[in-house]
Design a protein around this ligand. Structure first.
Ligand code: LLP
Length: 387
């Protein structure tokens, strides 16, 4: 089995489970993003903090010059603390509280991505109380489906996100009347782990159509934000560690018609951080079951919930054995039947104490960990700390 490159001798001295972040992979990914997006004037890339807010990871992303996309006051704070410039922070989410809005107003963030009229009214009031003008973009639900897991598609009419297309113009006109609001743009996000460029083409077509409608009402946006969603190759992290950013940005360049002076913003999460991270775990026991054998890890669904929640696949490698492969169900120690990472997987013969890597876990891994069963949260360790 082909395996990733890991400092295994160093790993042996570290308490498991932990997340390992390979900063070379992260930096290569970021320089590819900057190179490919940099080909097009007016493309601006934000990093979706929700994918991974580990301060050591955020520092590298901030150094590469990306902005921050946030969905809670906590994420706005994490971005501020990681040193992202206020003018590069956007704040989205269907349920922003007064406290979160006030914190963001105090930091003069670039833009609120607003999802309803009641929210717009509250932002206007709170901005007025501070004598500020809040910049807002409206999240529009484009009713565009995406070929991905049902739990992570967001752009359909039935989803809770955004303002419907029919309401778009009245809402913008209402915002334009408000004293403490400046309308600056439109925001979209159709889902996550999208690998078919045609899904993004469908979004571009819809955006073009909506922009035409706006122009008829003499409404011009300073920016369009198309969210994130670019998927990664969970099956081949060693062969394809860097997602296809060239195609992704070229698709938007080709299909989305920007008006003169308009900027196009992206909010990429998974594609930035997934492949730099692995969950490293030790085998606690090898147990014989009925017609199968289990490799029981010290990591469980509390450390990486994606397999249990979305039936997501994460490639598993046994880093400390090269013996002939056998077939295992790889499971965690949590008292839940869904605490299974992968069934019937061929791995180099497993022994108690072996170190496993669960690959492509840099996005929606550490950040979604919980303390269920009174477990400790996994730590995040970078390649530089182990060098
Ligand atoms: N912008 C908005 C408004 C979003 O809701 C999201 C993700 C992103 C950007 C970033 O999307 P990305 O580039 O990472 O696809 N926990 C799930 C994924 C949930 C994504 C939620 N929204 C998972 O583990 O697959």
């Amino acid at each position: 089995m082909i395996k990733g490159t890991f400092p295994i001798e160093k790993f042996k001295q570290v308490e498991t489970p932990f997340y390992y972040y390979d900063l070379d992979v992260l930096r290569n990914t970021l320089s590819t993003i900057n190179r490919e997006a940099g080909k097009y004037e007016n493309f601006v890339v934000h990093y979706a903090i929700k994918a991974n807010a580990n301060p050591k990871v955020l520092k590298v992303i901030r150094e590469a010059g990306l902005g921050a996309d946030c969905v809670s006051g906590g994420e706005v704070r994490a971005s501020v603390e990681a040193g992202f410039p206020n003018k590069k922070i956007v704040f989205a989410g269907v349920g922003k509280t007064d406290k979160e809005i006030n914190y963001s107003l105090d930091h003069d963030i670039f833009c609120f991505n607003v999802e309803s009229i009641p929210e717009l009214e509250v932002i206007n009031e709170l901005a007025a109380a501070k004598g500020k003008i809040a910049h807002v973009a409206f999240r529009i639900n484009p009713n565009v489906g995406a070929h991905t897991h049902a739990n992570i598609t967001t752009g359909l009419a039935e989803n809770k996100f955004g303002i419907t297309m029919d309401d778009m113009i009245p809402v913008i006109e209402q915002a334009q009347q408000m004293k403490n609001i400046k309308f600056v743009g439109l925001h979209f996000h159709i889902g996550s782990q999208i690998l078919e460029m045609d899904d993004f083409v469908a979004l571009c077509n819809r955006v073009n159509e909506l922009q035409d409608r706006l122009l008829k009402h003499h409404i011009v946006c300073e920016h369009i934000n198309v969210g994130g969603g670019l998927g990664i190759d969970y099956h081949h992290p060693n062969h394809f560690p860097i997602p296809n950013f060239a195609d992704f940005f070229a698709t938007y360049h080709k299909h989305l018609h920007l008006l003169p002076g308009q900027t196009l913003h992206f909010e990429l999460g998974r594609a930035v951080v997934a492949q730099c991270g692995s969950l490293i775990s030790r085998v606690t026991y090898v147990k014989q079951g009925t017609g199968k054998q289990f490799a029981i890890l010290d990591a469980g669904m509390t450390d990486l919930i994606r397999p249990a929640l979305y039936q997501a696949y994460h490639r598993i490698e046994n880093l400390t054995s090269n013996e002939a492969e056998e077939t295992y169900d790889v499971v965690g120690p949590i008292c839940e039947s869904s605490d299974v990472f992968l069934k019937s997987v061929d791995l180099n013969k497993v022994h108690r104490g072996d170190l496993f890597a669960l690959r492509s876990a840099g996005a929606y891994g550490e950040i979604m960990a919980s303390r269920y069963n009174c477990r400790e949260l996994p730590k995040g360790i970078t390649s530089e700390e182990l060098a």
